[in-house]
Design a protein around this ligand. Structure first.
Ligand code: ARG
Length: 456
């Protein structure tokens, strides 16, 4: 049954109905749709727009529909135009005339807007919890590996020594910002659009604060056109989710590299790895690769939302029905990725010896050697040049700065003495980087604890 009978003489064609219908993807909002309708019916009753008896009858009917859907006794009809049409149709089937009173002072335009917001508010909270779970794992691991020396990279070239804990905490910081972006997004989303009706509000004496309160929104929207045609909350959420995916994707890329035999800094638990159908030796980081790959979907969803919205005149246009698949996909994907990624990281075995070995090659203590000269009176540029010459000499002799004999040091600069060996030891190089935010063990321990506190 269509809602717009009266104006039309013919039934809608099957192909038009299929093309027009959104029930295959908006049926997931049945709870929110019913919740919104119950609040609306209560408000209509309280304001005397319908009688309190009619209101209670409608609310009972809606609760019955909800129960029946949840129990599996009522199947959602995939031929219906959308979830709103289906539930109103079912209510009318059950109640007769009272069912038909529900849509007084309302339109599907404000109804769908309130449904999506109710749905996404719950999802945002769930995603926040998942992000916090990942941050907790990072904080624990960072504390555990606060003294595990590894090479820090720029241009994927060994650069300066850091610790694995310090490296992990960088992701912790990114995810904390992701969390605060979600919290911000939630605040802006927390505006109740019901009462905007089709676009121009209503002449009925409604009280929008009643529905606002019943549905748990912080504020009501201030403009009826905006109330029904705003989807920035979807775009904003998709953008925030995209940034989360960028972070997860970079992290995944590193884990994939670290798992390779060329690095072997870590090994993933068997439960979070896959094998090859032909190569018996293989243990593949498929989860990390999938997370990296799925980032593309979420970026695409964001682009979809921006493009759908960019050219449509106020207020509602059917284009906006395209919002749901995109934002639902972004939400589902991020939840799935976080759910898989967190235990994978949690169970990942770290191999400190290999990190240490990699840190010992590649002259990552060259800056510290130059700094030692500076502390002994040489200007930095001269110290830089002298150390460069030492590195060149090491390469010629096939050795490193730790093992280069003192006479070679002296040939380059006579300020050198045996103390330099101590200053360029990798442990000293990391532990002396005590400036706030640096990789010194005490800093990492402190930051790991702080991070854990923030997501308690
Ligand atoms: N299924 C529609 C959507 O998702 C509901 C709103 C329909 N409103 C309308 N005027 N056709 O956007």
């Amino acid at each position: 049954m269509k809602l717009w009978t009266g104006r039309f003489k013919k039934e809608i064609s099957k192909t038009t109905n299929d093309f027009n219908s959104s029930i295959s993807f908006d049926s997931r909002m049945y709870r929110e749709d019913i919740e919104g309708s119950i609040a609306h019916a209560e408000m209509l009753g309280q304001c005397g727009i319908i009688t309190m008896e009619e209101s209670k009858d409608i609310q009972q009917g809606l609760k019955g529909i909800l129960e029946d859907i949840e129990k599996g006794d009522l199947k959602i009809d995939m031929e219906a135009e959308d979830i709103h049409t289906f539930i109103e149709g079912e209510l009318t089937k059950r109640l007769g005339a009272n069912g038909k009173r529900l849509h007084t002072a309302r339109s599907r335009n404000d109804q769908v807007a309130v449904d999506i917001k109710l749905y996404l508010k719950k999802e945002v909270k769930e995603i926040e919890e998942l992000v916090k779970g990942l941050i907790r794992v990072i904080a624990n691991k960072a504390e555990k590996y606060s003294g595990t020396v590894m090479p820090g990279y720029t241009h994927l070239q060994r650069a300066q020594p850091i610790t694995f804990g310090h490296h992990l905490l960088a992701y912790g910081e990114m995810l904390l910002r992701d969390l605060s972006r979600l919290e911000d997004c939630y605040k802006r989303m927390d505006e109740m659009p019901l009462g905007s009706c089709a676009l121009a509000g209503t002449t009925y004496p409604i009280d929008r604060n009643i529905t606002r309160e019943l549905l748990g929104f912080e504020r009501i929207t201030n403009n009826s056109l905006d109330g029904v045609s705003d989807r920035d909350f979807c775009m904003e959420l998709a953008a925030d989710l995209s940034i989360i995916m960028v972070h997860l994707s970079r992290f995944s890329e590193e884990i994939i590299m670290w798992c390779s035999w060329e690095f072997k800094f870590v090994e993933l638990d068997d439960a979070f790895s896959t094998g090859s159908s032909i190569m018996p030796q293989k243990k593949n980081p498929d989860i990390a690769e999938l997370v990296r790959g799925k980032s593309g979907r979420v970026f695409g969803d964001t682009m979809t939302l921006l493009t759908v919205m960019k050219g449509i005149a106020l207020a509602y246009n059917k284009d906006m029905q395209e919002d749901k698949e995109a934002i639902f996909d972004a939400v589902d994907t991020v939840k799935m990725c976080l759910t898989a990624f967190t235990p994978m990281l949690d169970t990942m075995r770290v191999i400190p010896e290999n990190m240490r070995k990699a840190a010992a090659g590649g002259f990552i203590n060259a800056t510290d050697c130059a700094d030692w000269l500076v502390k002994n009176g040489l200007p930095f540029r001269d110290a830089y040049k002298a150390t460069g010459e030492l590195v060149a000499r090491c390469i010629e002799l096939g050795t490193d700065l730790e093992n280069l004999p003192m006479e070679e040091y002296k040939k380059v600069c006579d300020l050198f003495n045996d103390e330099v060996y101590n200053a360029i030891s990798l442990e000293r190089c990391t532990d002396d980087r005590k400036a706030y935010g640096g990789p010194a063990r005490e800093n990492v321990k402190y930051q790991a604890e702080l991070l854990g506190e923030k997501v308690k």
